[in-house]
Design a protein around this ligand. Structure first.
Ligand code: AMP
Ligand code: MG
Length: 489
């Protein structure tokens, strides 16, 4: 285990052509203090967890001091935001300190979010508020532990520096980690500028670093695009299966690795509602929950377009054409597992559809329905009252349960065996909005960070029974369901 000053930096992105980024220094914040430290993320860096107790820790991870070996840069990118092309975005408030190599040979971007303006800030302040750092910090871990690849976060450092959003708030700096933060928009920006050589340089870099499986293919660029399509489809299938809505699926928020990045006004669904829009500012519902699979393909088509100097149109279309099957395969696999079905039958689709329609019509809590379904009794005289009582119209559950029971019988499903399988795919705990809200309110109003740490621990084991935390497994209180999450962060 290493000390802070012993981390091994290997800054590959900063060795790419100058056009890819601008060198930049973080701007200091006054009187930084540690809000939370994530030991699981420290392990990925081989960093000794006790280092978080050193006073220098906050200095390094708010940007007031630079770690030896860091070479801070802000990356250039562009993107389609809500369908409109924005020719230059870039890290406006994120600063890549550098990449740390661990003992397993993995490299992790250490990125400060909210460490002050960069040449890409477009007049904004380069800051992040504590509220949004807490949400991103917790959600990255929640996703990772659900099995959805995501950015991780090492720490939140707070400061009393005032930051103006809809109201006055205070600043915080998040230390965010990913194998790379390259986005679809990183490719798009170079095409738009006519810098075809940079598109190739970026593709070569990303393939050599992260897509070794395609590096030896005859047409590695087509195979690369095909693989990004697959990974993106799988990620979005996971979002749909766990009831997660990202909120801002702009192409600058789509990772080239197919991992979930840039948590803003996201939300895990409470009551099942396919039209759920987590982002208060998304008036047209472009990024509503049920639009995500479609938007994923739309975004991939922007990426494919950006790669047309490297792949033929035919190859681009072929890669995009595989999206639907990739998505459906992954989604069906996950939903079959959530239903506890070991085999695949022709009518499973209809069974699932009838269930989802009933959940929507009866405003049933999505996470809790599936968790309770784990202990569904297939005995013909058992009404499964715990499930039944979740429905405004219990008859709609009864009708579905009759078909489900018959379906279980078809594959000779044994209740307790199915239950132990389902427990590993139907989480008991997800990061509901009201939970993040409570942790944030304690932090901002009382400087009490215990709730953040409690949720971090809770969400590190979302599938396990944690009886002392049963309260968090209840459906959200009404005020929590009505919470408005704005884009400002
Ligand atoms: P986001 O919606 O957080 O993904 O941000 C979209 C773009 O706006 C990115 O290029 C960000 O870097 C930039 N941005 C968002 N908030 C700020 C801010 N407070 N200061 C500077 N740039 C920002
Ligand atoms: Mg973004």
């Amino acid at each position: 285990m290493k000390k802070l000053t012993e981390l091994t930096f290997d800054n590959t992105y900063a060795r790419l052509p100058e056009a890819f980024y601008r060198r930049v220094k973080p701007t200091s914040v006054p009187a930084p203090y540690l809000v939370s430290f994530n030991a699981a993320a420290a392990e990925l860096l081989d960093l000794d967890g006790s280092e978080a107790r050193r006073p220098e820790f906050v200095e390094y991870f708010c940007g007031n001091r630079l770690l030896p070996g860091a070479d801070p840069i802000a990356a250039l990118y562009a993107g389609h935001q809500f369908g409109s092309w924005v020719p230059q975005l870039g890290d406006g408030r994120a600063i890549l300190l550098g990449e740390v190599r661990n003992g397993k040979g993995e490299r992790w971007d250490l990125q400060l979010k909210g460490a002050g303006p960069t040449p890409f800030s477009r007049g904004f302040d380069g800051r992040a508020v504590l509220r949004s750092c807490v949400r991103e910090y917790l959600c990255g871990e929640a996703m990772h532990n659900l099995g959805i690849r995501s950015t991780r976060a090492l720490s939140i450092v707070g400061s009393n520096l005032p930051v103006q959003r809809e109201r006055a708030e205070t600043a915080a700096v998040l230390l965010r980690m990913a194998p790379t933060h390259v986005r679809f928009g990183t490719f798009e920006v170079f095409v738009n500028r006519g810098q075809i050589e940079n598109v190739k340089a970026l593709a070569d870099y990303v393939i050599a670093q992260f897509f070794l499986e395609v590096a030896d293919e005859k047409n590695k660029y087509a195979a690369f695009l095909r693989e990004v399509v697959r990974r993106t489809a799988v990620m979005i299938a996971q979002w749909q299966a766990f009831g997660f809505a990202h909120g801002v699926m702009n192409t600058d928020n789509m990772s080239i690795l197919g991992i979930t990045i840039d948590y803003g006004p996201f939300g895990f669904m409470d009551d099942y509602d396919p039209d759920f829009i987590p982002n208060h500012s998304d008036h047209s519902g472009r990024y509503a929950f049920n639009q995500q699979p479609h938007v994923g393909l739309w975004n991939l088509s922007c990426l494919a377009h950006a790669l047309l100097s490297l792949v033929s149109e035919e190859e681009a279309f072929a890669a995009l054409d595989s999206y639907e099957a990739d998505f459906n395969d992954a989604y069906e696999l996950l939903m079959r597992a959530k239903l506890g079905l070991a085999e695949s039958e022709a009518d499973d689709h209809a069974l699932l559809k009838e269930l989802l329609d009933a959940l929507a019509a009866n405003a049933v809590d999505y996470t809790n329905f599936f968790r309770r379904l784990n202990s569904f009794s297939s005995a013909p005289d058992d009404h499964n009252d715990l499930l039944r009582d979740m429905f405004l119209d219990p008859a709609s559950f009864d009708s579905w349960a009759t078909k489900y029971r018959a379906r279980l019988r078809l594959e000779l499903s044994v209740d307790h065996e199915r239950e132990s399988r389902m427990k590993r795919v139907n989480p008991k705990y997800v990061l509901r909005n009201y939970m993040a809200q409570k942790a944030t309110a304690d932090a901002t109003e009382k400087r009490d960070y215990t709730e953040i740490d409690r949720l971090l621990a809770l969400l590190s084991r979302p599938f396990d029974e944690q009886p002392e935390c049963d309260l968090y497994a209840a459906s959200s209180p009404d005020w929590g369901k009505r919470l408005v999450v704005s884009c400002s962060s």
